[in-house]
Ligand binder design. Structure first.
Ligand SMILES: [Zn+2]
Length: 476
């Protein structure tokens, strides 16, 4: 079945890429193999200090002497395995499966994000009969862990002033802009004391969570916000001492679960209040998070707890920290413009640490939310530290490359592709910031469930995207 998938060349190279383990931070083998591939074909190639690979191929046919084109994909993939799969993607590549309609991997992420982009580049480099302008193939490392490869790439070595990024996941859509983003760590001091009382554990679970950019406008609950609301209500009635709290998995995921343990006076019983709030939350989020649960159980305290001031700092951070869409775009209907997400919270003996992910189409509004968190942290006696993050990729009204891609798609498929901006980071933003005159778009075949073991890619969509790309290359 595998060998029959069309286009054969693209799927052959996709299978080749999948033979190598290539998680973020572990792209060495695949990068070296790509260099060997280029040398065998006598193509100029190089690898920079961080591991990015650049391969050049002269133009051919009618567009032989056209301006060069950068084609860009990322070498690394997210490693995620279903717990029962027993597979270790650090040791081996994903095991590909297909039913002729979809491609997926046995129990793990497929790595079509962005192995298919790499495969398309290799198929183009490998075929001496295709017509195209001079190509600069740029394969970056560690896109999935903060775009470190793209940020470190020396773009002065690139000739191209137009670029097609091959890391999009919906066929027939041309991505033309994205939000910039960064992380903010809010660190607040704590003091622990010994005090008596009755221990309780509150667990919030069953939320859908999701990507802090792509899903931020879907009305889903954040465990951070729910925890803050419940703790505030309980602490208003009586003296509450928080002991431990943990929330979420990563700054860029909406917190889907959280647990907090705390002490209340012996005679206090928070059960009714917690149930009342759970009922409120369940009706507020009935559509987006039908499985929402807030469960309270007795807990046996086993050490010092946060004093009242420290407890209030924790509650204030949860209640007042930025969460969700701050502003919607006025230029693009339905597009979140600026958002924040408290995705990760930990409390240690020394500090409360909350990790936020901030995104905006405008770098200036990203700074606005950074500053708001700085104000909040300072008011609570702590501090906020910002990561540099990635720049926004602003929409260009004037884009000959986009027009060429639209015309090619229309000629082939008799409908106009949709231009879209996304509320998430993309490597295009890094390139657009480094090369101010860059005309840049992003396309790719249909991929579902990226970054999860359910990741799969539609075969027919790979074929259509490949033919579209060849048509674009002919027309450039
Ligand atoms: Zn990707």
């Amino acid at each position: 079945m595998w060998k029959q998938l069309e286009p054969k060349a693209v799927f052959r190279w996709f299978a080749w890429v999948s033979r190598f383990p290539h998680g973020s931070g572990h792209t060495e083998q695949l990068a070296e193999a790509c260099l060997a591939f280029a040398r065998e074909r006598k193509l100029a190639c190089r690898r920079d200090a961080i591991g990015n690979v650049v391969i050049c191929k002269p133009g051919r046919g009618s567009s032989q002497s056209a301006a060069p084109l950068i084609l860009q994909a990322h070498l690394d993939m997210v490693l995620a395995a279903a717990p029962e799969s027993g597979r270790d993607l650090l040791a081996e590549g994903p095991r590909l499966q297909t039913d002729g309609e979809w491609v997926w991997a046995e129990g793990t992420t497929l790595g079509a994000d962005d192995g298919i982009g790499v495969a398309v580049c290799l198929a183009l480099l490998d075929d001496p009969t295709l017509e195209h302008p001079p190509l600069e193939i740029v394969l970056t490392v560690d896109e999935e862990t903060g775009m470190k490869g793209a940020l470190a790439l020396d773009c002065a070595g690139l000739q191209g002033r137009r670029m097609i990024n091959l890391d999009a996941e919906q066929e027939g859509i041309i991505y033309v802009g994205c939000a910039g983003g960064n992380k903010v760590s809010c660190v607040l001091p704590v003091r622990r004391i010994f005090t008596s009382g009755r221990g309780w554990e509150l667990r919030i679970s069953g939320l859908r969570g999701g990507h802090s950019g792509m899903d931020i406008h879907r009305g889903r609950a954040s465990a951070a916000r729910l925890m803050g609301r419940t703790l505030f209500r309980l602490s208003r009635e009586t003296a509450l001492y928080a002991a431990e709290a943990e929330l979420g998995q990563a700054d860029n995921a909406i917190a889907a679960e959280g647990t907090v343990r705390f002490l209340l006076p012996e005679q206090a019983d928070p059960t009714a209040e917690v149930q009342k709030l759970e009922a409120c939350f369940r009706s507020e989020y009935a559509a987006a998070d039908p499985e929402l649960r807030q469960v309270l159980e007795p807990w046996r305290p086993d050490g010092p707890v946060l004093d009242r001031d420290s407890t209030n700092r924790l509650i204030t951070l949860l209640v007042c920290g930025v969460q969700g869409v701050e502003e919607m775009s006025q230029a693009v209907p339905g597009l979140p413009q600026t958002s924040g997400n408290l995705g990760l919270l930990r409390v240690t003996d020394r500090e409360i640490r909350g990790e936020f992910c901030i995104r905006s189409t405008f770098d200036s509004q990203k700074i606005m939310l950074n500053e708001r968190l700085a104000c909040l942290a300072a008011a609570l006696g702590g501090r906020a530290a910002y990561s540099e993050g990635c720049p926004a990729w602003e929409y260009r009204a004037e884009s000959p490359l986009r027009v060429c891609c639209e015309k090619a798609y229309e000629a082939l498929y008799e409908k106009k592709p949709i231009s879209r901006m996304i509320h998430a980071g993309a490597e295009c933003g890094v390139f657009a910031a480094a090369i101010p005159e860059l005309d840049c778009i992003s396309i790719g075949p249909e991929i579902r469930g990226a970054h999860t073991p359910a990741e799969r890619m539609r075969v027919e969509s790979v074929r259509r995207t490949w033919i579209w790309l060849l048509e674009i290359l002919r027309r450039l």
